[in-house]
Design a protein around this ligand. Structure first.
Ligand SMILES: [Zn+2]
Ligand SMILES: [Zn+2]
Length: 412
C-alpha cells in the first residue's frame, strides 16, 4: 500500500509523500468537485498519519528486537502507575510519546481519563532524567513510584507503545457507584509479615490463575480466574463470611488493589489492607531490610521475561509431563499461541508447542496451514480472549493428533 524504503532510521515513507502531494495538488487544481471523492479522505488521513510519524514507531518488531539484543547499553525494566483525572488523554499521550522516545524508552503504557499505567525498559543512565521529565512536564506525577524489576537484564520490551484506553486497568467496575478515593490501607513489607502472623488474617491474591500458579504468598487464596474483572465478584462471594476479618490483598505492582480495595470497603468489608507497591515492592523491601520473604516462587510479569524469581522454590508443574517447572511460554503455533508451562524436555519433544496437534500442524507446508487453520481446534486462539488461559495438564497430547486425523479424512 505504501511506497517505503527501509533504512537505519526505520521505514521511510517520504517518497510516497512527495509523490502523492504533487499528485493531489494537480488533481485539486484541475477538478472542481462539490464533494471530495472517497480516496481524498484516505489520502488526507494517510498524510495526517505521516506528519505524526515521530509519534509512532514504524520500524518492524524483529528489527527492533535484533537491535536491542545486540546493544550492550545497560537498561532497567520498571513499572509505574498513578490515578489522576486527565482531561485530554490523547493530547497527553502524544506529548508523552515524544518525551519518552527522546529518552530511549521502550514498553507498553496505557493512558485513560483516570490516569496512567506503564511497564517500560529504559537506558539505566536515563532513570533520573525520566523522573525529572515526568515531574516537570506533568506535575501531578510528582513522587510517582518506579517499581524496578528484579532478575532482569532490562531487555524486556523492544518498542514503545502508548495506547489511549477507557480505563488504565480493565476492572469492569462502574466507578460512579462507589467512592473510588476511599481505599484500603497500604502496608509495608514489615507490616505485611506482622499482619500475616495473625491467624484471623485472610490473604487474597487478586491476580489471574496463570499468575498465581507459578508464585503466591503462603496460605493465600488464589481464585481460578482469567481476568481481574472476573475476580472481583468471585472473591466477594468467597469471603462473604469473613467481612470483619483483616483482609490483605495483593497484585503485581499494586494497581489492581487500589480500585479493588475501595470496592470491597464499599461492599462492607471492614479491615481492608493492600501491599504497598505489590509483590515487586514487597520483595524489594524484604531484601533491603533483611526480612523473611513470605512469597513463594516466581512473580509473573507481562513482558518478554514472563516472570521474575522471588524465591528458589518451584511451586508449579509442566503442563505436559507434570515435572516441577515454572517456565511460561507461548505455543510456537501462531494459530494457537496459548500461554502454558513447559519444561525443556517437553519443549524439545513437542517443538515448543502446547500439543501434538500444534506441533504436527507446524510441520505442514505453509499453504496447507493457512487452508486448515480455521478448521482445526487448538488449545488457544490467537485473537480470542482465551489467549492467556493455560492449557490443562496433558491437553491434546494424544499420539494421533487432530491434524493427522484430519489429513487422513481428506486424503482418505
Ligand atoms: Zn514436561
Ligand atoms: Zn498450541
Amino acid at each position: 500500500m505504501y511506497i517505503c524504503q527501509f533504512n537505519e532510521g526505520g521505514w521511510d515513507t517520504k517518497p510516497l509523500r512527495c509523490w502523492y502531494s504533487s499528485f493531489l495538488s494537480v488533481r485539486a487544481a484541475s477538478l472542481q468537485l462539490a464533494q471530495p471523492p472517497y480516496w481524498w479522505h484516505l489520502l488526507t488521513r494517510t498524510n495526517q498519519l505521516m506528519k505524526r510519524k515521530r509519534l509512532y514507531n514504524l520500524v518492524n518488531s524483529e528489527e527492533l528486537k535484533r537491535r536491542m539484543l545486540e546493544s550492550d547499553e545497560d537498561r532497567t525494566t520498571l513499572s509505574f502507575y498513578r490515578y489522576h483525572n486527565l482531561e485530554n488523554p490523547r493530547q497527553f499521550r502524544n506529548q508523552l510519546f515524544a518525551g519518552l522516545d527522546e529518552l530511549g524508552v521502550c514498553g507498553r503504557i496505557y493512558v485513560a481519563k483516570e490516569g496512567i499505567n506503564g511497564q517500560i525498559s529504559i537506558p539505566t543512565a536515563h532513570l533520573n532524567n525520566l523522573r525529572e521529565y515526568l515531574e516537570t512536564t506533568f506535575p501531578w506525577t510528582e513522587g510517582i513510584r518506579f517499581n524496578i524489576a528484579i532478575d532482569d537484564d532490562g531487555k524486556s520490551f523492544y518498542k514503545l507503545k502508548i495506547k489511549v484506553r477507557e480505563k488504565i486497568v480493565a476492572d469492569g467496575l462502574d466507578d460512579a457507584t462507589f467512592d473510588v478515593t476511599k481505599r484500603g490501607q497500604h502496608l509495608s513489607a514489615r507490616e505485611v509479615n506482622e499482619l500475616m502472623d495473625n491467624p484471623e488474617t485472610v490473604v487474597i491474591d487478586m491476580r489471574n490463575h496463570y499468575e498465581s500458579e507459578v508464585g503466591h504468598f503462603e496460605g493465600a487464596i488464589c481464585p481460578d480466574v482469567e481476568t481481574f474483572r472476573e475476580a472481583l465478584p468471585i472473591v466477594e462471594e468467597m469471603l462473604e463470611s469473613k467481612k470483619d476479618k483483616p483482609l490483605i490483598m495483593y497484585c503485581t505492582g499494586g494497581i489492581r488493589c487500589e480500585k479493588a480495595s475501595a470496592y470491597y470497603l464499599h461492599k462492607g468489608f471492614e479491615k481492608v489492607y493492600m501491599i504497598d507497591g505489590g509483590i515487586i515492592e514487597y520483595a524489594r523491601q524484604c531484601k533491603e531490610q533483611g526480612l523473611p520473604i513470605r512469597f513463594r516462587g516466581k512473580n509473573f510479569v507481562f513482558d518478554e521475561r514472563l516472570g521474575e524469581r522471588i524465591s528458589e522454590e518451584i511451586i508449579s508443574e509442566c503442563h505436559q509431563c507434570g515435572k516441577p517447572c515454572d517456565a511460561h511460554k507461548d505455543c510456537a503455533n501462531d494459530a494457537c499461541h496459548i500461554l502454558f508451562i513447559q519444561c525443556d524436555e517437553c519443549a524439545e519433544k513437542y517443538d515448543d508447542c502446547c500439543s501434538a496437534t500444534c506441533s504436527d500442524f507446524l510441520k505442514l507446508p505453509e499453504e496447507k496451514q493457512s487452508e486448515l487453520r480455521d478448521q482445526i481446534e487448538f488449545n488457544g486462539k490467537k485473537f480470542g480472549k482465551g489467549r492467556y488461559k493455560a492449557a490443562r495438564k496433558g491437553a491434546g497430547l494424544s499420539e494421533t493428533s487432530q491434524v493427522q486425523e484430519y489429513l487422513k479424512s481428506v486424503i482418505g
